[in-house]
Design a protein around this ligand. Structure first.
Ligand code: PMP
Length: 328
């Protein structure tokens, strides 16, 4: 689909996957006006194919578009593009829990010219698809994460809440540092004080307090404008209530995290996102040492939430919230 000032969205088509040609002076190459979404089509029990909460992706895409001075796309058109592609590529949606067809809607600025006086006056929206398997391997394991004190991901007033490509380009350097220190993922802290936990590379985070015999309590960092409002995060908050857990949005500092590990108050932590679904965090590493969460292994509260979420996505459990959007 193309957009130009005056004509709006037009020229929608379904094309075989392949490269496209752009002029070297195209706006997206110079000023980073690019946004995207990450979502999945699931092969449900019974064979049909479904999207998970695609309306939420459409809404987030438009929030990103507004922040990046790009045109919005109405929900109906966004969903229609996804449905066309998924129907066409239905044979590529693999079977089995953990397998899916990953979908990547994206928009780029296509005006030619190097002036930085106003946003592009033309845009291209497209969706690409790619079969995906389980992100961190099939068997759940606990991740080791790196606290990034040197680099931050997002500043107040910036683009952290948007799914803009530029947010990710600046994150590789911290990811490389984390890998060199034997860690799977980076934990981003706030940019002002470098002590409040925000999120991970492509996932939001939850902290679990489940003392023996008591009702589990979950806490996830509040949406302050510098972290991405994950659709999985929102789903987990809703599922926690369904399972009888307490859940709240709040904040946690790195000092508090360390103390709660030492005291045993924190029993589990996990990260969640479309690609990884839910991944336990077992060990935290930072410039002044490392500490372990509970037994350092995937925990039972994380497991129950994960089973419930996967059950709804793959159609093996009831969908009380109307999250599943059947395509074909
Ligand atoms: N944070 C960031 C930075 C992400 O890129 C993602 C993946 N979209 C998430 C969190 C999780 O969001 P979602 O649950 O919508 O996939």
């Amino acid at each position: 689909l193309r957009w130009s000032a005056g004509s709006g969205w037009h020229d929608g088509r379904l094309e075989p996957y392949g490269p496209f040609t752009l002029d070297p002076a195209t706006a997206v190459f110079h000023y980073g006006q690019e946004i995207f979404e990450g979502m999945k089509a699931y092969r449900q029990a019974g064979g049909s194919i479904a999207l998970f909460r695609p309306e939420a992706n459409a809404a987030r895409f438009n929030r990103s578009a507004r922040r990046m001075a790009m045109p919005e796309i109405d929900e109906e058109t966004f969903l229609h593009a996804l449905e066309l592609l998924v129907t066409q590529d239905g044979a590529w949606v693999p079977e089995g829990i953990g397998n899916s067809l990953y979908l990547r809607p994206m928009m780029i600025a296509t005006q030619r010219g190097l002036g930085f006086t106003h946003p592009s006056d033309s845009y291209l929206f497209c969706v690409i698809a790619c079969p995906a398997t389980a992100y961190f391997g099939a068997a759940p394991r606990a991740l080791t994460v790196w606290l990034s004190e040197e680099y931050t991901r997002a500043a107040p007033g910036g683009t952290g809440f948007a799914k803009a490509g530029g947010n990710y380009g600046g994150a590789f350097v911290a990811g490389r540092l984390a890998a060199e220190r034997g860690c799977d993922q980076v934990v981003w802290l706030d940019s002002a004080e470098r002590r409040w936990v925000e999120e991970m590379g492509g996932m939001n985070m939850f902290f679990v307090y489940a003392p023996a015999g008591a009702r589990p309590r979950l806490m996830t960092p509040a949406l302050t404008g510098t972290l991405l409002p994950g659709i999985t995060r929102d789903s987990v908050l809703t599922l926690a209530a369904l399972l009888g857990f307490d859940a709240e949005e709040g904040r946690i500092s790195t000092d508090q995290w360390r103390e709660e590990c030492a005291s045993g108050a924190l029993t589990e932590a996990f990260a969640c996102g479309t690609a990884a679904v839910m991944a336990s965090i077992g060990t935290v590493r930072g410039v002044d040492g490392q500490w372990r969460i509970g037994a350092g292994l995937p925990g039972p509260v994380t497991g129950r939430l994960r089973d419930e979420l996967l059950g709804i996505q793959y159609g093996t459990r009831p969908d009380p919230f109307g999250w599943v959007h059947k395509v074909c």
